[in-house]
Design a binder for this molecule. Structure first.
Ligand SMILES: C[S@@+](CC[C@H](N)C(=O)[O-])C[C@H]1O[C@@H](n2cnc3c(N)ncnc32)[C@H](O)[C@@H]1O
Length: 167
């Protein structure tokens, strides 16, 4: 891991506690059963019941677990050990059967030998990645034949709006 990646990881580890307490992520609402996914991705991805879904850069896993609540066999990955610890703890507490992997995205082919019906990634992911061509190869590597990739992304200078609330 180079200096840039180490700094990026340290920042994300630090942000997990801040985000987990924030109104934006609304963990209490999630605990009560609210879905963290927005209408855009719900409509775009469609019915996931019974599908194997891989969520790249899942942060502390609310969206991954929301897909699991909708019936997907969901796997989330993130390189932040703090984020994955919180994700696993929430999924245990809430008995949501999602799997979480703590790994750098670029190392994923070395730690996972499976394919998925859906590969999903969203909101604030691309700007952290050092090599988008390699990222695209990794996405393709993990898609099963006929599988679908869904990317929902923001402009790097924008932030998710409070006027497009999580449903
Ligand atoms: C803006 S957050 C994603 C937020 C997510 N869409 C959500 O709503 O919770 C970006 C995530 O990318 C992760 N990340 C950044 N670079 C990564 C890498 N190389 N491998 C895996 N995860 C990475 C960070 O740890 C962080 O959790």
């Amino acid at each position: 891991m180079d200096e840039h990646q180490r700094a990026n990881l340290a920042k994300w580890n630090e942000l997990v506690a801040v985000h987990a307490r924030s109104a934006f992520y609304d963990v209490d609402g999630f605990r009560r059963g609210c879905c963290s996914l927005r209408p855009l991705e719900l409509e775009e991805v469609g019915d996931v019941a019974g599908l194997r879904l891989l969520h790249l850069q899942c942060h502390f896993g609310l969206d991954t677990m929301s897909w699991a609540r909708l019936g997907a066999e969901a796997t989330g990955l993130d390189f932040s050990d703090t984020a994955i610890e919180v994700a696993r703890s929430l999924s245990d507490d809430l008995a949501i059967p999602a799997r979480f992997l703590c790994t750098d995205l670029y190392q994923l082919p070395k730690v996972l030998d499976e394919t998925f019906d859906v590969v999903f990634t969203s909101y604030g992911v691309l700007c952290w990645l050092r090599d988008l061509e390699e990222w695209a190869r990794i996405v393709a590597r993990f898609l099963a034949p006929g599988g679908r990739f869904h990317l929902v992304e923001l402009h790097p200078s924008s932030a998710p709006s409070r006027t497009s609330p999580r449903s």
